[in-house]
Design a protein around this ligand. Structure first.
Ligand code: DC
Length: 219
């Protein structure tokens, strides 16, 4: 038997609060896929940096600590979970202190390297949908199933405040798009969907129709 992975990855990228997480969750449920939230992994590192009182601007300090921490990923109830030294940060991942530093942490090349291999390992477990910023460009560049979900800045900011969360989405997007390593951008072969005027189920239906066009068959 070939040792090559037989599983498939659907990549969903896009800016903060574009609706990509909700779309990915629904898609995972409807198609029976593992749902992987890659942003949660960057958030987990940012959370630990904050907890340990490390200056997020000091790359070398963050890198040295990263080597000491045990980061492990699991699938629980069909979705990815990341543990830092055995602890699942849970709701703390969405705290405003984490929002404030996560883009700085995500711009550190060693942080990205470390998470790249962990993200690719999920493909040994089963078919998956992974959402993030560089999934179609860097993590799974060979998958034909790539989507870039966006929405106007105004719509995204109001979606975040409707969730009761404090998040400078425009500033995070600026940092995420301008960093040198794996910046936020649509892969050339991604299907771009502007969700500003669409409901979640309309976006999910559009994704499913495009998957079919690109040869996806339900197994
Ligand atoms: O999807 P999110 O808002 O939870 O992501 C948090 C941050 O993590 C985001 O501002 C940038 C970073 N990120 C990244 O650089 N690459 C990814 N694949 C996912 C997230």
């Amino acid at each position: 038997m070939s040792s090559e992975t037989i599983y498939r990855a659907i990549a969903i990228d896009g800016p903060a609060a574009s609706g990509k997480s909700t779309v990915a969750k629904q898609l995972a449920k409807q198609l029976g896929l593992i749902m992987v939230n890659s942003g949660a992994m960057y958030r987990a590192i940012a959370w630990k940096v904050k907890q340990e009182g490390i200056d997020p601007q000091k790359n070398t300090l963050v890198e040295a600590s990263l080597e000491k921490w045990d980061l492990s990923c699991e699938v629980v109830d069909g979705a990815s979970v990341i543990l830092v030294n055995g602890v699942n940060p849970g709701d703390a991942l969405r705290e405003k202190e984490v929002n404030a530093i996560v883009s700085t942490i995500a711009a550190i090349p060693k942080v990205r390297d470390c998470l790249l291999s962990k993200q690719r390992e999920f493909l040994h477990i089963g078919d998956l949908v992974m959402e993030g910023r560089d999934i179609g460009t860097v993590i799974f560049p060979n998958t034909p199933y790539k989507f870039f979900i966006t929405a106007s800045e105004k719509v995204r900011a109001s979606r975040r405040s409707a969730e009761g969360l404090t998040d400078q989405v425009a500033e995070r997007d600026r940092q995420d798009s301008q960093r040198k390593t794996a910046p936020l951008r649509a892969a050339e072969d991604a299907v771009v969907i502007d969700s500003s005027e669409m409901t979640i189920s309309e976006v999910v239906d559009t994704v499913k129709a495009k998957l079919k066009e690109r040869g996806w068959e339900q197994r």
